[in-house]
Design a protein around this ligand. Structure first.
Ligand code: ADP
Length: 490
């Protein structure tokens, strides 16, 4: 069935997208702020320059020099008092004097207006001709009709202009004059706009560089994850042997090691399962073959033969049933956790000894007991210890003595032991008997499944301990060593 899920972005793409988004936002923020600050400064400067024009105009109209009024106090030019002394005879003359002394700067234009009509322009060639826009002229004439200086912004066919209009009048002349000075805002801002454009280009190049480096670095850092994914998809239940190469010493290589360890455990568990299945198949084959053979050759007409076949079949079925019980038990021991509680070892020793010694075929002897309290699963330890006692009773001659005891051994362990005077374990079988279905020779005529000692070993391991064995031809001594997790001396 085709997947309806939309394809998700890879981690690499998402990391890169996040880096680029943050970088782009920071760059845009920084650039925009710088641009706005710069723009603000330019506009402020325009206003300052325009206000110096007002002072200059007043000074000229009053008969002073234009250059005298361009100092710091020039900004205080919005005052509208008329000069006490006017050396010019007419308004036109006064304006002409202004035009000859106050020269427009770069991006500045000026216009002299008399009685609402554009009358004088600067001799210097300017980019913007204010006289070309009658609407502007009308506007400023209106604005200064009350005799005040006006600073304003005008957007018209000539572009965006920042202007100052100063009324110019001469006593005795009814003509109303206006000196209009205006700066082309767009032209003034062009420098800062072009530096902003340069910044934007440099930022874009920087962003591409960040993207490129980020893509490579993210790819490099995430390579172990991709290797991990590839290896994980290659590994199947059929072949769990592959391990992922660990490179470096960081959290990703730590993850790889952890996955490898997990694969080890899964591999071990799967192998153990396979082994168990093989063992069980093998062990069940024998009784099945025997039952099958007996039933096949039994003569139905011969009651004695039938009885014999039935007896053998029942015996073999009993063995199979015991085997299944023990397999189940072994599986339980491997799966179930250890339920620890403080246990008085002296009490435990006496209780286990009392149970074991109910087997009247031997001479039982309680040799020693440890006087400690230990954290352990009392049910499982009892079961394991009784299994050792049962083996000792099974494999040693009837009537022979069997000793039991507990003691605190070297390395802070408590040991539960059973010693018999049986035939012992041949050296080459000492490991094999702890494996499932591992039995010595022809089992010395004793029935068993070969699962008892593996169960004991599993219980010891689950407690963090081990099973010990000292064997000679005149007897065996099996012990279960459990670390003393908690010890209280009585
Ligand atoms: P089982 O007793 O069912 O065969 P175990 O796992 O308990 O299985 O024991 C494995 C083998 O170890 C036994 O078959 C026996 O050959 C040997 N064994 C165990 N305990 C003793 C003992 N005390 N003395 C001699 N041999 C023993």
């Amino acid at each position: 069935m085709p997947s309806s899920r939309t394809p998700r972005w890879s981690v690499r793409t998402r990391i890169l997208a996040a880096i680029l988004a943050v970088t782009a936002l920071s760059m845009a923020g920084a650039g925009l702020t710088a641009h706005l600050v710069q723009r603000d400064r330019v506009l402020h400067e325009i206003d300052e320059r325009l206000l110096t024009r007002v002072e200059a105009v007043r000074s000229v109209v009053a008969g002073g020099e234009a250059t005298d009024v361009t100092g710091p106090d020039a900004t205080d030019a919005t005052a509208t008092e008329t000069a006490p002394f006017a050396p010019h005879a007419t308004t036109r003359e006064a304006l002409q004097a202004v035009f000859s002394r106050v020269l427009p700067e770069r991006y500045e234009s000026s216009l002299g207006v008399i009685d609402g009509k554009a009358a004088l322009v600067s001799a210097i060639d300017v980019d913007v001709h204010l006289e070309d826009d009658p609407a502007l002229v009308d506007r400023v004439v209106n604005e200064v009709s009350d005799g005040s200086v006006r600073l304003g912004t005008y957007v018209g066919p000539l572009g965006a202009l920042r202007y100052v209009a100063t009324p110019v009048t001469v006593e005795g002349d009814p003509q109303q004059g206006v000196y209009l000075a205006a700066f082309d805002i767009d032209a003034e801002l062009r420098d800062s706009t072009s530096s902003f454009t340069t910044y934007a280009v440099v930022a874009a190049v920087g962003l591409v560089a960040v993207g490129l480096v980020g893509w490579l670095v993210a790819g490099r850092l995430l390579r172990p994850l991709r290797d991990l994914r590839d290896a994980a998809s290659r590994i199947s239940a059929a072949d769990l042997t592959e391990r992922i190469p660990v490179q470096g010493n960081d959290d990703l290589s730590g993850l790889t090691s952890t996955v490898n360890m997990m694969l080890d455990r899964i591999d071990g568990a799967v192998n153990a399962q396979k082994q168990l299945l093989n063992d069980v198949r093998h062990e069940l084959k024998t009784p099945i073959t025997i039952i099958h053979g007996q039933l096949e050759v039994a003569d139905p007409e011969d009651p004695a033969d039938v009885r014999n076949a039935i007896a053998i079949a029942i015996d073999e079925l009993d063995r199979m049933s015991a085997l299944v019980d023990e397999i189940e038990f072994l599986a339980d021991s491997q799966q179930a956790g250890v339920n620890r509680s403080p246990v008085d070892i002296r009490d435990l020793t006496e209780q286990v000894f009392a149970k074991a010694s109910t087997n009247g075929n031997h001479e039982w002897n309680l040799a020693e007991f440890a006087e400690v309290v230990c954290m352990l699963d009392v049910g499982r330890i009892t079961q394991a210890w009784l299994q050792l006692a049962d083996n000792a009773a099974k494999y040693s001659p009837e009537g022979s003595p069997i000793s039991m005891g507990s003691r605190v051994g070297d390395g802070d362990v408590v040991e539960f032991w059973v010693a018999d005077q049986g035939p012992g374990i041949p050296k080459d079988m000492e490991e094999r008997i702890f494996e499932r279905f591992g039995r010595v020779g022809a089992n010395r005529g004793v029935q068993g499944s070969g699962l008892g000692l593996p169960i004991v070993a599993t219980i010891a391991n689950a407690h963090g301990g081990r099973v010990t064995l000292h064997s000679s031809p005149v007897g065996s001594r099996f012990g279960i060593e459990i670390p003393l997790v908690q010890e209280v001396v009585e």
